[in-house]
Design a protein around this ligand. Structure first.
Ligand code: PMP
Length: 288
């Protein structure tokens, strides 16, 4: 595997960053997870736009233009002969001193890893996931805005540990007010009487690229769509529930905190949206 670091390629065992990089010392940096399907990078420009928004929020000057990053991602895929896979794009604050001060960091580093994707087993898509609500709430906007896709994922990792301790793969995270925010690495949707609903971004969620695509596909399919605040009660009493994310795509949920959702099987609206999403990934994206 060839890994891109600041304009050069390194084999994976030689791809290294400094122990003084604030990305490592403090989680001071940002990232994106992107998919390639059939020789095209899916929603690349949207991911790069979100990367620049995260950078702006943490006052980090990415030393590349958007167009240069598009070229670097495509070139890294080509060099790795990647047609289907997962791309991790990171920008770290760069090498600094042991103190917190980001002004001491000379230059941010851009890293691109193009790898195979580790998917959930197909059975989860056929039968649906069982998930739980966890005690760790999603970060407050006023503390660390969940819209920033930062290298500090401890909030999500703590929730993931709590889910794993309950024998689950994913966790519903509430915000400080008790409304549903999102899952540890996915956004959440419900269907109730043919009406598709997902929490508003202001509930404390990442502005998911897959979430955005699903909202568009749902509108095309003629579904009524809205973004209200949702409680656990709303999830329990939904007809269908599913999660969205670049890695998971759309994955049905059939049980939450011991409550069976709908019929206990992936529902018709979820299955239709999965088909529409897969069809889109076959035809759209930045050619490699
Ligand atoms: N929420 C969180 C916390 C995430 O990390 C992710 C990405 N894995 C998502 C939602 C889904 O976002 P996207 O559809 O852009 O991958």
């Amino acid at each position: 595997m060839h890994i891109f670091i600041d304009g050069k390629y390194y084999r994976e065992h030689q791809a290294r960053i400094s122990v003084f990089d604030h990305g490592l010392l403090y989680g001071d940096g940002i990232f994106e997870g992107i998919r390639a399907y059939h020789g095209r990078v899916f929603k690349l420009r949207e991911h790069i736009e979100r990367l620049f928004c995260s950078a702006k929020a943490i006052l980090l000057d990415i030393p590349y233009s958007r167009a240069a990053i598009v070229r670097a991602v495509v070139a890294t895929c080509r060099r790795n002969h990647l047609r289907d896979g997962y791309i991790r794009l990171l920008v770290t604050r760069g090498v600094g001193t042991l103190g917190l001060n980001p002004n001491r960091c000379r230059k941010p580093s851009l890293i691109i890893i193009a790898d195979k994707i580790q998917l959930y087993p197909p059975a989860y898509y056929d039968r649906g996931l069982t998930i739980v609500t966890v005690p760790t709430t999603r970060n407050l906007h006023s503390a660390l805005n969940p819209a920033i896709k930062s290298l500090n994922y401890l909030n999500n990792i703590l929730a993931k540990i709590e889910a794993n301790n309950s024998g689950c793969e994913e966790a519903v995270m509430l915000n400080a007010e008790g409304f549903v925010a999102e899952c540890t690495g996915d956004n959440v949707f419900i269907v109730k009487a043919g009406h598709l609903q997902t929490p508003p971004l202001s509930a404390g969620a990442l502005y998911g690229i897959t979430r955005g695509v699903v909202l568009e596909l749902a509108a095309e399919a003629g579904l009524r769509v809205s973004e209200p605040n949702l409680t656990r009660y709303d999830l329990f009493n939904a007809d269908e529930c599913f999660l969205t994310g670049t890695g998971a795509e759309l994955i049905p949920v059939v049980k939450i905190d011991g409550r069976v959702i709908g019929t206990g099987r992936p529902g018709a609206v979820t299955r239709d949206l999965i088909q529409r999403y897969r069809a889109l990934t076959r035809v759209s994206g930045e050619p490699i």
